[in-house]
Design a binder for this molecule. Structure first.
Ligand code: PHE
Length: 491
């Protein structure tokens, strides 16, 4: 008997927990600010309904109907297509290897937050790059292993292991805490943030709309890629998670609930982020444009500094880094669970705990690269290539496989037969045409940008490594397509 989530609510918690991650706090608010403030919500919401929700429903449907993880699910559609599942899992594995490193940084910050004299108060930037990362002068200088981060990474992997060691049985218990906890913490941080001087000015920068921005094609593409990433699509996660539902479980509503909750949390996180940015600008006299950044710079430089300026700095710093950890953990283990699911599908005679242990150990060992002095550079490169190419390509092939080979109409009929809310035939159009075309445009534009200059100015060999993370799954996918039939790999 296939394992099951203990209830529908727990499944939803798990799906939402995966979707709501660091991207909701360090990517969405900054993008909104940068791409026209409130006006950005127009392309964002369109992308959510045209691209995100139909794809999410498709992934839920594949997993739930076929009761398999990504590789076997696509294999059931056609043996030549199992490479799509493989590519999804491969990309997800690359992501979790570096995602865990970010969690390791968060853990170190969390442990050092328990004082009102925060150690980074004097210079948060120097603290992050120097004290925390021991950053080297360039990607070519590995600079040795950073042992503090090494042990933090080990601790993160031990945590992840105990989240997934019994599959959905353990993960289901964990998400009951890790899904709601960051929301509660964000509410506390919001109350703190909004009562700080300068907060409203900051929020003005976040949301004041500039509708002219809508004429810029770039913001439409940015919205599309954000939706894709934020819903954890194309990693095999949502397929694996839905495969632990009963086959006749109501489905369409799950897609809407997951997607809309995730976006609502993103929007809310933006208030927290920009209240704090406004405060920072008010207190230090720096322009909002100079303190509004995205990614690690926001979470590990701007926020720590702003926190150090507040009364009860230690308390809010503890809360903030706990927010990051609790946001990250369920996204991280969802990636591991997607990998474990495909192996458990295949290797029925190997204990689940053993599989989980091997996957976590491998990811930890590979992750050591990201806790060296050059770790941040490698993280930046792999993140760029996997999210800009690997995932989008998987998305395109998923749509072609389901839309054209399995048959969008066939799947839609099945979805409607189990769902309270029915999908109209617009869904077929989205899966067969609209989504693959939009994603292809995204890839082509991105590819042209890659050809004009090296991403981030990195040397050619480093860029080549990034490309490998895209090319390997494509090559394996092609080999699997040429050689259908049983996989020879015995795991
Ligand atoms: N959805 C997560 C976020 O927005 C990112 C993520 C994607 C995490 C896929 C895990 C897997 O942060």
């Amino acid at each position: 008997m296939r394992a099951r989530w203990s209830s529908r609510t727990i499944f939803l918690f798990a799906a939402i927990g995966s979707a709501v991650g660091l991207g909701n706090i360090w990517r969405f608010p900054y993008m909104t600010y940068k791409y026209g403030g409130g006006a950005f919500l127009v392309p964002y919401l369109i992308a959510l309904f045209v691209l995100g929700i139909p794809l999410l429903i498709m992934e839920f449907a594949i997993g739930q109907k076929l009761q398999k993880g990504a590789i076997d699910a696509f294999k059931t559609v056609n043996a030549r297509l199992r490479g799509i599942g493989f590519a999804a899992i491969f990309s997800g594995f690359v992501v979790v290897v570096y995602y865990a490193a970010v969690m390791a940084w968060s853990l170190v910050y969390f442990l050092r937050s328990w004082t009102n004299n925060l150690p980074w108060a004097a210079d948060s930037k120097a603290y992050f790059f120097g004290e925390i990362l021991h950053i080297s002068e360039g990607v070519g200088h590995i600079g040795g292993i950073n042992w503090t981060l090494f042990f933090a990474l080990l601790a993160v992997w031990v945590m992840i292991y105990f989240c997934v060691w019994k599959g959905v049985k353990s993960a289901g218990k964990v998400v009951a805490i890790t899904m709601p906890l960051p929301i509660i913490l964000l509410v506390l941080l919001f109350i703190r943030g909004i009562t700080l001087p300068g907060a409203l000015t900051g929020i003005g920068y976040y949301l004041l709309p500039d509708f002219n921005a809508l004429f810029d094609a770039e913001i439409w593409l940015a919205a599309a890629s954000q939706i894709f990433f934020t819903l954890s699509l194309a990693f095999g996660i949502m397929v694996a998670y839905a495969s632990y539902n009963k086959p006749n479980q109501d489905l369409v509503k799950n897609g809407y609930i997951t997607a809309i909750t995730n976006s609502a949390i993103s929007l809310f996180a933006g208030f927290v982020v920009f209240a704090v940015i406004g405060y920072m600008s008010h207190t230090t006299g720096a322009a909002v444009a100079d303190v509004a950044v995205s990614g690690p710079g926001l979470a590990f430089v701007v926020f720590p500094q702003a926190l150090s300026l507040m009364p009860l700095a230690g308390l809010f710093s503890v809360l903030f880094f706990l927010t990051l950890l609790s946001l990250g953990i369920d996204s991280a283990f969802s990636l591991v669970e997607a990998v474990n699911t495909v192996i458990v599908d295949k290797a029925k005679n190997i204990a689940q705990k053993k599989i989980a242990a091997i996957v976590c150990l491998m990811a930890f060992v590979l992750g050591i690269l990201f806790v060296t002095g050059a770790g941040l550079y490698f993280l930046d490169i792999f993140d760029h290539f996997v999210t800009k190419f690997g995932l989008v390509l998987v998305g395109i092939f998923e749509c072609i496989a389901i839309g054209w080979i399995y048959g969008a109409e066939r799947l839609r009929k099945w979805i409607n037969s189990v769902s309270d809310w029915h999908l109209g035939s617009w869904w077929n159009l989205a899966i067969k045409w609209v989504i693959p075309i939009i994603l292809t445009v995204l890839v082509v534009i991105q590819f042209m940008a890659e050809m004009t200059e090296n991403y981030g100015g990195y040397p050619d060999w480093a860029i080549a490594l990034g490309w490998l993370s895209v090319i390997i799954p494509i090559l394996i996918g092609i080999i699997l397509a040429v050689k259908p039939g049983e996989t020879k790999v015995n795991i």
